[in-house]
Design a protein around this ligand. Structure first.
Ligand code: FES
Length: 516
């Protein structure tokens, strides 16, 4: 089946759940703990902490669970690709074992919370598999079975999976799970709202440190807090921690298909590149199969629709595709050594915490964040703090990634400023171009009704030049992943200021050909 990309992408998780309507913060407040970010990590942290009798508030820049969590594949797994071999190779048996225990505990914690609160969120246990079609990954897969088994994970080897694919071998983990992430979070928010104040459309834009923390919102309100937890996917706070040099965005694309064949169960991902991954989801009139791929860099100058095309081609090779009702993309942050940063924001901030860099494995790592940060706040220690310590010294072992990724950011910073820009500035409906005039770069987009939209394409975070994302119709930053809409409004940070309108828009309007 061919694609039909006339409509904008939409996420099944968003399409199948209601909007939320929590208030914005309208006054200055004092709390014990402020959590910045109302996604899965923020809500899980709030749930575990609210039992401790603390005054907690969540500040969400948009609506809760409308960011990355609304665009995930929602696999709740301790199987994160071939992670155990990598961790063991870099950091040894003990760290690999602790990582495995943390993530296995996270799966059980989801089950406990869901059962205890009777949350209807399509939670089911499934086995998860990493397969390969390439001989050179076989040794790694066999090693992974041994390492995972040794640390107590129910891992096993198989030489086939139930799809018409010629694979060399695969590793399976039993007792993994999947769910509907928005059904879970919306229920969780409902459960905690008597004890936790949730504010939506309340973007935190600054943090000052005095005896306590003072968080300023976009609307100029102040939140005074003894402790602050930054769970906003990417930390906007740059005064400490150098996170802008330690985490890097990667994109994933998802198509939700309906097929003639019944999905055989299980969750699958390949070991090689390009990444391909599968899971299913029961929907009211049947079954949606999620076909996932990635992970290209963010904000590249290319037609991003080709990423959806590649997934549809992959799906057509495995299934008889009847319909493609959904497609969407998401963005995750990758750390230098592939282990998230969860814990104290820096080694000298005992009352500021961070949860970020979940790689592509945000479900279990969000719950690990909740358990770990709750333990640090209540008990002063966690069994997993060494593994996830954001200030870990052995991160230096990943110095090569540090150099490569920061070189990439530096190149993007320069490349955007130097790239030649189009001389022909005619613009058809649905088309966008960057036009340089009087040293200013203006992004111009003509929508389907012919209306022009302009932005200054210099990112308000740290000054990189944005590129047009044709699939999502957004302006994306290649450096740290900020995303802006056609009028410059922030869709995703770390930027905390919208794009400027541009000083030379009127000149461009006159130059643009009317007869599109
Ligand atoms: Fe950092 Fe754009 S997100 S410069």
């Amino acid at each position: 089946m061919d694609n039909n990309f006339k409509d904008l992408p939409k996420s099944y998780w968003l399409d199948s759940t209601p909007d939320t309507n929590y208030p914005s913060l309208e006054e200055d407040i004092n709390v014990d703990i402020v959590i910045i970010g109302g996604g899965l990590a923020g809500l899980n942290i709030a749930y575990l902490l609210q039992k401790e009798g603390l005054k907690i508030t969540i500040l969400e820049a948009d609506r809760i669970c409308k960011g990355t969590t609304a665009y995930t594949t929602a696999k709740i797994t301790s199987q994160h690709g071939l992670i155990y071999g990598k961790i063991q190779g870099k950091f040894g048996d003990e760290i690999a074992s602790l990582y495995g225990k943390a993530n296995e505990t996270a799966i059980k914690m989801y089950e406990d919370i869901i059962n205890k609160n009777q949350i209807d969120c399509d939670f089911i246990y499934e086995s998860a598999f990493v397969f390969t079609q390439d001989d050179k990954y076989m040794e790694k897969i066999e090693d992974e079975v041994e390492i995972a088994s040794n640390i107590g994970i129910d891992a096993f080897y198989v030489d086939e999976i139930p799809f018409p694919m010629d694979i060399k071998g695969a590793i399976g983990f039993n007792n993994q799970a999947q769910f509907h992430p928005r059904k879970y979070i919306l229920a969780l928010a409902n459960i905690i709202q008597d004890k936790v104040q949730i504010y939506e459309n309340t973007r935190a834009v600054d943090i000052e440190e005095d005896n306590e923390y003072i968080i300023t919102t976009e609307q100029g309100k102040k939140v005074k807090a003894k402790k602050v937890i930054i769970a906003s996917h990417y930390p906007f706070y740059n005064k400490k921690g150098m996170y802008f040099a330690k985490i890097f965005p990667k994109k994933s694309y998802i198509v939700g298909i309906e097929a003639e064949e019944k999905y055989p169960g299980g969750m699958y991902i390949n070991a090689e590149k390009p990444t391909r991954s599968l899971r299913h989801q029961n929907i009211p009139n049947g079954e949606l199969i999620l076909v996932v791929g990635g992970y290209p860099d963010v904000g590249k100058k290319e037609d991003t629709n080709k990423n959806y095309d590649a997934l549809i081609e992959f799906a057509n090779n495995i299934f008889t595709v009847k319909d493609i009702p959904y497609r969407w993309s998401t963005q995750d942050y990758i750390t230098l050594d592939e282990i998230p940063y969860i814990g104290y924001f820096t080694s000298d901030t005992p009352n500021m915490y961070i949860a970020t860099g979940f790689q592509k494995w945000g479900m279990t790592n969000s719950m690990v964040s909740a358990m770990l940060i709750k333990d640090l706040i209540i008990d002063g220690k966690s069994p997993w703090q060494e593994v996830y310590n954001p200030s870990r010294k052995n991160i230096i072992a990943s110095a090569k990634n540090f150099i490569v990724e920061n070189l990439n950011v530096a190149n993007q910073l320069l490349d955007g400023k130097l790239s030649p820009l189009p001389e022909d500035i005619s613009l058809k409906p649905g088309e966008a171009k960057i036009i340089k005039i009087h040293k200013e770069r203006i992004g111009a987009y003509r929508d389907e009704e012919g209306v022009l939209h302009f932005v200054n394409t210099t990112c308000t975070h740290m000054g990189c030049e944005l590129n047009w994302n044709s699939a999502e119709r957004t302006w994306d930053c290649p450096c740290h992943g900020s995303i802006f809409d056609i009028d410059g409004k922030i869709i995703q940070g770390p930027a905390v200021e919208p794009l400027k309108a541009g000083n030379n828009v009127n000149t461009i309007k006159k130059l643009l050909k009317e007869d599109f």
